[in-house]
Design a protein around this ligand. Structure first.
Ligand SMILES: *[C@@H]1O[C@H](CO)[C@@H](O)[C@H](O)[C@H]1NC(C)=O
Ligand SMILES: *[C@@H]1O[C@H](CO)[C@@H](O)[C@H](O)[C@H]1NC(C)=O
Ligand SMILES: *[C@@H]1O[C@H](CO)[C@@H](O)[C@H](O)[C@H]1NC(C)=O
Ligand SMILES: *[C@@H]1O[C@H](CO)[C@@H](O)[C@H](O)[C@H]1NC(C)=O
Ligand SMILES: *[C@@H]1O[C@H](CO)[C@@H](O)[C@H](O)[C@H]1NC(C)=O
Length: 474
């Protein structure tokens, strides 16, 4: 991709951050942990996704202040689900309001601005309302938006799809790489913001007004896509997302302060911080302009993930999508098992970060598999079994890592629903249990038909501690 190759110090890593779900934050301090975590991972800037909520400016003020304090950059990403393309003067004045703050990302000495959707917006009208030139890299779509008026573009489609915002089917298969190719062509040499995402699963029923229920093929996407990114090496990369819990593609902590949009039903007990750890050597490799991340493994780790129930488990009797007549003008609402469910495998996925070869045993329920694991960063999948999930890594006679996941795979419907989100674990597991805070759990029982015990990972860990065996140990 010669057109997008740049000096390594020009390369920037962004991560999409939803302002719409953080109205409960009280001060810049409430952003500090996110800023520090992202910075230490190698993320250069948060793309602050904004709608037109009354709390947007308060929260942007906090975010810009915290970013400045923590050596991070931020920029505005206008969400055209809420803005319309006629609002160029409102958009321009919003840009102007923040452009002078120290944490504002500038690229090529211009204020950097992005979007979700927004094809057709008049870029010159935005610039004139902003009162300055900007580096505008919106989520225009090839063949739809006018690429001659922009400085770069974001491709949002980080998941293989059918060309119509759902999982691919035979004959209707637009891969993420296909998207790369059409953006790079449409941009003809202008910088590309390539998307990277770990997962996609959403399951809102009639209990909210934005009912939607589908998945994109996710499985080993996070691993495979980072390898594609290392081959592509675009100037800009955007991780999708830090905190969009509703679509299950968050890599930020569950404890990151946020309100509940109704997604706690499938997010509770489902930490993703292991994905953040998995991306660390890939980001380091990108920054070093290296084509492989293998040499950037600093600590040996196993990252593993899986859905909490096999696909075949039937939750129709208690699932939140089965009742009422939700508004389906979006075409995104389906009843029962999520649309696209068959694009996911009933597997346990393991990514090993190793400095030399070893042997891995995965015991998934009553299914056991031993795998010879190579040095560097490699991915494996083994058939999912109901019950405990245990991982043991040995080298010769020596056990290097061993632990049982805090989350069992279950053949019953947890909280009564189809949950196609992923549980992500890490070995060695040195961090505290990451859990949703009260505001993030506020709507958990809305629409549920069965009892739903909350934050059960910590309860189990307590039991394990009482019985004398520490979580994460054998
Ligand atoms: C980065 O690597 C590519 C491919 O090996 C090379 O063409 C380019 O010159 C390198 N850039 C820098 C700044 O070293
Ligand atoms: C879509 O194409 C990719 C790449 O060839 C392939 O891995 C995947 O299985 C295809 N999916 C479907 C549903 O055909
Ligand atoms: C359904 O949702 C659309 C889009 O939000 C809205 O325009 C429409 O009025 C809604 N229909 C009903 C019957 O509420
Ligand atoms: C919602 O609309 C989509 C697209 O038209 C359709 O495929 C789907 O079956 C609809 N959902 C329901 C529950 O009718
Ligand atoms: C393994 O577990 C599955 C699911 O719980 C069960 O159906 C099967 O009988 C078990 N097999 C053995 C050999 O225990």
């Amino acid at each position: 991709m010669a057109a997008t190759a740049v000096a390594s110090d020009d390369r920037l890593i962004f991560c999409h951050f939803m302002i719409g779900i953080v109205s409960n934050r009280q001060s810049p301090t409430d952003y500090d942990d996110d800023m520090k975590r992202a910075r230490s991972l190698g993320i250069d800037a948060f793309a602050l996704n904004i709608g037109t909520d009354p709390y947007t400016d308060t929260q942007l003020g906090y975010a810009y202040q915290s970013a400045a304090k923590n050596d991070m950059k931020v920029f505005l990403s206008f969400d055209f689900n809420w803005y319309n393309t006629g609002q160029t003067s409102a958009i321009g004045s919003k840009i102007k309001q923040y452009s002078g703050l120290p944490a504002q990302l500038k690229v090529d000495n211009k204020v950097f601005v992005s979007s979700f959707a927004g094809d057709g917006v008049d870029v010159n009208a935005i610039k004139s309302a902003a009162g300055e030139d900007i580096f505008f890299a919106p989520n225009f779509h090839p063949g739809v938006g006018d690429f001659s008026t922009i400085q770069g573009a974001l491709n949002w489609m980080a998941w293989d799809n059918n060309g119509n915002n759902k999982a691919p089917s035979p004959g209707h298969n637009v891969t993420v790489s296909d998207g790369d190719r059409s953006y790079i062509k449409a941009l003809s040499g202008k910088p590309y913001i390539a998307p990277v995402s770990a997962w996609f699963s959403t399951h809102f029923g009639g209990e909210v007004s934005y009912s939607k229920n589908w998945v994109f093929p996710s499985d080993l996407l996070w691993y495979n896509r980072w390898r594609e990114i290392l081959a592509l090496r675009p100037r800009f990369i955007e991780i999708i997302t830090w905190n969009d819990y509703g679509e299950s593609h968050y890599i930020g902590p569950l404890s990151s302060p946020h309100t509940d949009d109704g997604s706690s039903k499938w997010v509770m007990d489902m930490p993703h911080d292991g994905w953040l750890e998995m991306s660390r050597p890939f980001i380091a490799a990108l920054k070093a302009n290296a084509s492989s991340a293998d040499a950037f493994v600093t600590d040996e780790k196993l990252i593993y993930w899986y859905r909490p129930t096999p696909k075949s488990v039937n939750c129709d009797a208690t699932d939140t999508t089965m009742e009422g007549n939700p508004n389906n003008s979006s075409g995104n609402f389906f009843r029962g098992r999520p649309n696209g469910a068959d694009s996911m495998e009933d597997s346990v996925f393991v990514v090993s970060l190793l400095k030399s070869a070893a042997s891995l045993t995965v015991q998934s329920g009553n299914k056991s598999q031993e795998i010879k694991v190579s040095t560097g960063i490699n991915a494996y999948s083994v058939p999912m079994g109901v019950g405990k999930q245990k991982f043991t890594l040995t080298r010769g006679d020596k056990t290097i890592l061993s632990g049982t996941s805090l989350k069992d795979i279950s053949d019953t419907c947890i909280c009564g629903i189809y949950n196609f989100n992923a549980y992500v674990g890490v070995l060695p597991d040195e961090s505290a249990i990451d859990q949703l805070q009260p505001a993030g759990l506020a709507l958990i029982s809305q629409g549920l038909k069965v009892a739903c015990p909350t934050n059960t990972l910590s309860a189990k860990a307590n039991i394990a501690t009482v019985s004398g065996s520490l979580r994460g140990s054998m």
